[in-house]
Design a binder for this molecule. Structure first.
Ligand code: FES
Length: 107
């Protein structure tokens, strides 16, 4: 069986994404994934929302356009890079796109 790491994983539906502008799947085949955006956006943002500090799940702040950790206040930009302590390592980012009715994420 060939390794299919370049194949995308469907992590949810377009309807779910469009409802709130974000889609969290904590148990996808590639681990926790948080996708931000809607089907109208040219580019979707996708990250592993596990905070690199102590592992809480970060939340997307739409107005500030950043991810904020509820546990100790670390902040990350849309590119996953740390903007505020105490985190020191970035969030893992993914490529995300819409295929039919599905939101598909690639490692
Ligand atoms: Fe996120 Fe500590 S676990 S800031």
């Amino acid at each position: 069986q060939p390794v299919t790491s370049t194949e995308g994983q469907a992590i949810g539906t377009v309807a779910e994404l469009d409802k709130t502008g974000q889609l969290l799947n904590e148990n996808s085949p590639i681990g926790p994934v948080l996708v931000v955006g809607t089907s109208k956006d040219a580019n979707l943002i996708a990250v592993n929302p596990t905070c690199s500090h102590k592992g809480c799940t970060v939340a997307w702040q739409a107005q500030a356009k950043k991810f904020v950790c509820p546990c100790h206040g670390a902040e990350y930009g849309v590119d996953g890079k740390v903007q505020k302590d105490p985190a020191t390592k970035p969030l893992k980012t993914y490529a995300a796109k819409i295929e039919g009715d599905s939101v598909v994420v690639k490692q």
